[in-house]
Design a binder for this molecule. Structure first.
Ligand code: SF4
Length: 353
């Protein structure tokens, strides 16, 4: 690592787009893991509001409110602003500068080959995504990552290709530019694969905002129970007397994640012998989820009621992130032959290596 982390600890960075209130899928797929990473690592977690513009540029009206909801969910889930740096991407202009500089060395072919480029264009047919910003978003992501010189980027399997592109860009940068002592500026970050259990939505498909099948971290108890009631189950259980199999049932998947071993044993026994009905089984799943979300919702209420505290947390995170990003940018500007600013505020040319 180019810059030693505080106390010599390894550094981790990850972020999410501001999509509004987060759901259990976001939690189990990322946030839950991030919370655990805070202990062993120096963590940077951000909200990628510029990334939201790559697809929502025509109507950005929801971005401020969505950003607010995501920061509340970050804090509610247990991200600790004392230890971790929590910040908003667009508050750190160095990301944009670095994106521009990295664009000088990035082949268009690399960006066109990112699998999500074509996929997203197919999926979001109602929008014109033939923009420069949309093509360049994996590069912006590379800038977001490399500017903090992290050791690890925790992502799900679907994002691993993006981190690979980031590594490729770091290698290309390091081929061209070095520190005056000849050492490399950008370490290649490693993927830290997030173990994400299968988390079905209420219709049995993957939980996703676009499917409208989510359970939000902030859903009140009656809402959670109401959402689980019509949830799809093992199709073999047509009648109450038909035995079923929790391994073939989305409700069974929820039990595996949230229920105690004792409840899980009752589910297997009751389901396979038709000893319990699905309504009862779903109410147990709801109990487990409600119990799991209780401390999260308590923390959310605390932060919702203290908006000044949230503003203070973000201001502190922005300040810490900016300091770290600027450290990298000073090395980058100097290595790329750009003017650097002296402490007296006078610009002078700094030669490339
Ligand atoms: S009893 Fe539970 S696990 Fe079995 S099919 Fe019904 S909801 Fe699914």
């Amino acid at each position: 690592v180019a810059i030693p982390s505080s106390e010599g600890r390894k550094r981790v960075l990850s972020g999410m787009r501001p999509t509004g209130k987060l759901h259990l899928g976001n939690y189990m797929g990322a946030l839950h893991n991030w919370v655990r990473l805070q202990d062993p690592y120096d963590c940077y977690f951000f909200i990628a509001d510029w990334h939201a513009l790559t697809t929502d540029y025509a109507d950005p009206s929801q971005i401020p409110a969505n950003t607010r909801e995501v920061i509340l969910d970050y804090l509610a889930a247990g991200l600790d602003p004392e230890g971790s740096v929590l910040f908003i991407q667009s508050h750190i202009p160095q990301h944009a500068e670095f994106h521009l500089l990295l664009s000088m060395i990035t082949s268009i072919g690399w960006l066109e080959r990112v699998p999500s480029y074509k996929e997203q264009q197919e999926n979001l047919k109602d929008r014109d995504l033939s923009t420069y910003g949309f093509l360049g978003y994996p590069l912006l992501q590379a800038a977001d990552i490399l500017i903090y010189q992290p050791d690890y980027v925790p992502v799900g399997q679907d994002q691993a290709a993006h981190v690979e592109l980031t590594r490729e860009i770091a290698r290309r940068f390091n081929q061209f530019y070095k520190r005056p002592d000849g050492s490399e500026i950008l370490p290649e970050p490693q993927v830290l694969l997030t173990p994400s259990p299968k988390l079905p939505g209420t219709d049995g498909r993957k939980m996703s905002k676009s499917y409208g099948n989510t359970i939000l971290l902030s859903d009140p108890e009656p809402e959670i129970r109401a959402k689980l009631k019509p949830m799809v189950t093992d199709p073999a259980r047509v009648r109450r007397t038909d035995p079923g199999n929790p391994d073939k049932c989305p409700v069974g998947d929820l039990h595996k994640i949230f229920s105690s071993q004792e409840t899980l044993a009752k589910v297997y026994d009751g389901c396979t012998t038709a000893g319990i009905g699905c309504i009862e089984c779903k109410s147990w799943a709801a109990d487990a989820i409600v119990q799991h979300l209780a401390p999260i919702q308590q923390r959310r209420t605390h932060f919702e009621q203290n908006p000044a505290l949230v503003t203070e947390i973000l201001a502190d995170g922005d300040r810490r992130a900016r300091a770290r990003a600027e450290q990298t940018m000073q090395q980058v500007r100097s290595a790329m032959g750009l003017a650097t600013t002296t402490p007296a505020g006078i610009s002078e040319s700094s030669p490339a290596v």
